[in-house]
Design a protein around this ligand. Structure first.
Ligand SMILES: C[S@@+](CC[C@H](N)C(=O)[O-])C[C@H]1O[C@@H](n2cnc3c(N)ncnc32)[C@H](O)[C@@H]1O
Length: 446
């Protein structure tokens, strides 16, 4: 059987070389009879390395006699794991970190690399309190990039958009673990009653700040194994994403179109808001993902959702002018989710943002055509990139004068941190404690 470090190595290799998603690779590899303590250790190793990858590689480049590009992928992962333990994990003695890394090198690489791994890790261990990074004043972008492991192009963009201090706070928040948020299924139970049940189970819970249906769980257990989950009392969903249904605020009996709906977090919430009365057409381009909506809807006791495979980039003439509410939760760069999926930082480029924002615009333009007069459209992304958010909406409104913003009244705008009066909200992990998110609310006026 593989030990914890071997499993972490396998996951990191899959994420880096095979471009797997960390969450999917972790879940797949942890299915194999791993006990709870080992699971926590593996998660800490994997997320720790991914969160601090640029900093860790900076250290390798400083101390390695072999050029970084010449180090084989598997040896790189072994070094990264070793360095993470030495620099960030006080409870692992450096000697154990070195010895275990050497064992991995013996097993997974050729003999020649064993001495290399041993030598570099012991040198780093000796120098770990004197690792220099670029100067904050002289090279501010490089400083933030290496200290918080975000690519330079991303930092430069954010510093221009949000300023240096904000960007530093954002990077710090991006490297922190998010708290588990769940959405109460008010079709089956009230928030108070579910909180009481959770407290009785020994869970520390409190209400989400902005979302009416959300609960924060401080000390989660395997919550999807509970009877409460199986009975459909709740759904796992970040607070930011719950605000889409809250802001859409649909009337019972309406006809809703959700053009990018899988896996259905928002669709099922909207059905809940409609008291399971009316009809929701839930579309997505991927058939296998639509099955997840159907499974969730069944568990939650919802039967007003009809799923359909449909490409939102294609205009469906049959629905033009027929929809009361349209949800446009587009695919995006995902930079609001760095806390959950740190590899996002390294897998996307500036070109990807340009490309995805054109797709988003085309999806929005088609979706807007489905609204009746006075119909409402909510556009959302899980990114903080303004090119995919407010700049895109402003362009849409200037080219399509029959739509305008609707002031958002469904979220407490007296809270100075959130302002929806102009018809949109931006959420940031460093300010709101949520995923980075954008929601705009539009109406078709003629
Ligand atoms: C942000 S996710 C949607 C999340 C979902 N609304 C929820 O709350 O669970 C974007 C979705 O868009 C889908 N998608 C991507 N391109 C699409 C297209 N051209 N037409 C329809 N769906 C698309 C993806 O498969 C993905 O499920």
């Amino acid at each position: 059987m593989k030990n914890s470090r071997e499993i972490a190595l396998k996951i990191l290799y899959e994420v880096d070389v095979k471009k797997a998603y960390s969450s999917i690779s972790i879940n797949r590899n942890l299915r194999l009879n791993v006990n709870e303590l080992d699971e926590l250790f593996i998660r800490e190793l994997v997320y720790g390395v991914l969160e601090n990858l640029i900093f860790i590689d900076w250290i390798i480049k400083r101390y390695s006699k072999v050029r970084f590009s010449k180090i084989s992928p598997i040896v790189k992962e072994i070094l990264r794991l070793g360095i993470y333990q030495i620099i960030f994990m006080d409870r692992v003695p450096d000697s154990a970190a070195c010895n275990e890394s050497v064992k991995l090198a013996k097993k997974y690489s050729h003999k020649g690399t064993v001495g290399f791994v041993n030598g570099i890790l012991r040198t780093i261990s000796r120098n770990k309190n004197n690792i220099e990074i670029p100067d904050k004043k002289l090279m501010p972008i490089k400083y933030l990039s290496i200290k918080y492991s975000h690519p330079e192009w991303m930092i430069e963009r954010w510093v221009n958009e949000f300023g240096f201090e904000f960007t530093e706070e954002l990077c710090i928040a991006n490297n922190k673990k998010p708290k588990l948020n769940i959405r109460v299924n008010t079709l089956k139970i009230s928030r108070d009653n579910l909180m009481r049940k959770f407290s009785d189970m020994g869970l520390k819970v409190y209400e989400t700040r902005y979302a009416d249906d959300g609960i924060v769980v401080e000390n989660p257990i395997k919550i999807t194994d509970t009877d409460e989950f199986k009975k459909g009392y709740f759904q796992i969903q970040d607070e930011s994403s719950m605000l889409v249904g809250q802001i859409l605020n649909p009337k019972e009996g309406s006809l809703i179109l959700d053009v990018c709906s899988a896996p259905g977090g928002k669709t099922t919430h909207i059905a809940q808001k409609m008291n399971n009365k009316g009809k929701i057409i839930a579309r997505d381009i991927h058939e296998h993902k639509l099955k997840l909506i159907e499974q969730n809807a069944q568990r939650l006791g919802i039967d007003i959702i009809e799923t359909e495979v449909f490409d939102a980039l294609v205009l469906d003439d049959d629905l033009v002018g027929k929809i009361d509410y349209c949800v446009v939760d587009v695919p995006c760069s995902g930079f609001g989710l760095i806390r959950r999926k740190p590899e996002i930082k390294y897998n996307k480029s500036l070109e990807d943002i340009k490309e995805i924002s054109q797709i988003q615009y085309n999806i929005l333009r088609n979706s807007s055509r489905y609204l009746k007069q006075n119909g409402i459209l909510v556009y959302s992304t899980c990114t903080i990139e303004r090119e995919e958010n407010i700049k895109l909406i402003n362009r849409f409104l200037s080219e399509n004068p029959m739509y305008k913003f609707v002031p958002i009244e469904e979220v407490n705008c007296d809270d100075m941190k959130i302002n929806g009066r102009d018809g949109y909200i931006e959420l940031f992990p460093n300010i709101h404690g949520t995923d980075g998110f954008f929601i705009a609310k539009l109406i078709k006026i003629y």
